[in-house]
Write a new protein. Structure first.
Length: 114
C-alpha cells in the first residue's frame, strides 16, 4: 500500500498489528513517501499510553490521534510526569517502561485465562 500510494493516511492498529515497533515501521515507510501514519487503537485499557508513546516517537504522526480517554478501570499511577489532557492534547508518558505502574494488589487478584 505504501509503495503504490494505495492510501493517503496509514492507520496501523497498535494492538492488532503487532505492537509499537511494527506500527513504527509502517510509519517510517509512509514517511518516506510523504504520508502520515496515525495509529488506530482498538478497545480501551492502556491504549491511551500506547498512542502517546507512538505519537512521541513517530516521525509523521499526523495532526490528530485517536484518544479514548484516561482509564479508571484499574488503579495506575504515572512513573514520570503526570499524564494530563488539556485543550485536546495529551502529554506523552515519559516514565520508565510504558510510563505507568499498576497497583500490585490489583494485579495479584487477576485470574489466569485459558
Amino acid at each position: 500500500m505504501v509503495e503504490n500510494s494505495g492510501v493517503r493516511i496509514f492507520q496501523p492498529d497498535i494492538f492488532y498489528y503487532g505492537g509499537l515497533i511494527r506500527s513504527l515501521r509502517v510509519a517510517r515507510m509512509a514517511a518516506a513517501k510523504g504520508f502520515d501514519a496515525t495509529p488506530h487503537i482498538s478497545g480501551g485499557g492502556l491504549g491511551f499510553l500506547y498512542t502517546g508513546i507512538y505519537a512521541a516517537c513517530c516521525p509523521n504522526p499526523g495532526p490528530h490521534q485517536e484518544y479514548k480517554g484516561l482509564t479508571d478501570n484499574f488503579p495506575w499511577k504515572s512513573t514520570g510526569d503526570k499524564i494530563t489532557v488539556r485543550n485536546g492534547s495529551m502529554t506523552a508518558p515519559n516514565g520508565y517502561g510504558i510510563g505507568v505502574d499498576i497497583d500490585p494488589d490489583y494485579l495479584a487478584k487477576a485470574r489466569k485465562v485459558g
